[in-house]
Ligand binder design. Structure first.
Ligand code: GLV
Length: 309
């Protein structure tokens, strides 16, 4: 018997169990805590892990993340032979691309400024620029970065992308590696962070990086709170180096009530909803991957454990 164990909300577990029964009956879908015989469980699908959970699964071969990121999983808890897969599914990709396009347009059209003016009862018009007069630079050209650029393309922004390893995307000026970061930043008016969170990228959105952007640049962080040094953003907003930001993620979530971002009209906060795993579509990606694994095919979205994404 081969089984997959799901850890998470009951509603999702039931729906996915029904889908597996229908599409892949060879693999029994079990919902935690009813794990049955642990020796059957070759697959685990979860958002976070506990040591007790891992210790209870001696036959585990593959861990599937519910989300696009895997940093929340504390991979060091897992035995070395366990393979890890991040979620690639149309729901996350589409919602993320929508979020980035929404945020880019909102910052481009000065929405934070107008919200503040509204709260003060003011009627002030700023000069309006065309999208063609602004550049959007996306850091991280994985699934989500590329989908976001595709959604931005018809709006007319000048598009740029930065990635650790080289990428070529039609209509996007691509930069790669640490040595090209300064050149990428120097021409980026609206910076979008969609990087994976690793030891190399933690705190990358810092005073040092902000100083390399054009004065008054705008920031979108839809990746992880750990990418941003929050005090550095507060200082950059004060100096005007960054003129506005839209943040879907923060160091502490939920963002504490007394956090300075909450009362800063230049910062628009959303509660980690940018890219949302859609239970109806994600289950098909999961089933395809489990089916592929049973047939010895490569896993889509497999994480390089050394690299951390
Ligand atoms: C959400 O943050 C995800 O990783 O999918």
């Amino acid at each position: 018997m081969t089984a997959i164990l799901h850890v998470g909300p009951e509603e999702r577990g039931q729906l996915w169990q029904a889908e597996f029964r229908h599409a892949l009956p060879a693999v029994e879908f079990r919902n935690w805590p009813e794990i049955g015989n642990p020796a059957d469980i070759r697959y685990l699908v979860a958002w976070q892990l506990t040591d007790a959970l891992i210790a209870s699964l001696p036959a585990l071969e593959v861990l599937f993340s519910i989300g696009a990121g895997v940093d929340q999983l504390d991979l060091s808890r897992l035995p070395d032979h366990v393979r890890i897969v991040r979620m690639i599914e149309p729901g996350i990709t589409t919602t993320m691309a929508q979020y980035v396009a929404t945020a880019a347009l909102a910052l481009h059209r000065d929405l934070p400024f107008y919200r503040e003016a509204q709260s003060r009862g003011e009627w002030t018009q700023l000069p309006t620029l065309l999208c063609e007069e602004r550049s959007v630079g996306v850091m991280g050209l994985g699934e989500l970065g590329r989908a976001s650029l595709r959604m931005l393309a018809p709006l007319g922004f000048r598009l740029r992308g930065w990635n650790r390893s080289p990428r070529a995307i039609e209509g996007v000026e691509c930069f790669s590696g640490a040595e090209a970061l300064d050149a990428f930043l120097a021409g980026t008016d609206i910076l979008v962070c969609l990087l994976p969170l690793t030891d190399d990228t933690r705190g990358i959105l810092s005073a040092e990086l902000f100083a390399k952007l054009p004065h008054g640049a705008r920031l979108i962080n839809a990746a992880r709170g750990g990418h941003l040094i929050e005090e550095d953003l507060t200082a950059a907003l004060q100096s005007g180096q960054i003129s506005a930001a839209m943040l879907d993620v923060t160091q502490v979530e939920p963002l504490p009530r007394d956090h300075p971002f909450r009362s800063d009209p230049r910062v628009v906060i959303t509660p980690h909803i940018a890219g949302v795993t859609r239970i109806e579509t994600a289950v098909h990606s999961l089933i395809e991957n489990v089916r592929g694994h049973l047939a010895d095919s490569p896993l889509r979205g497999e994480v390089d454990r050394g690299r951390g994404y």
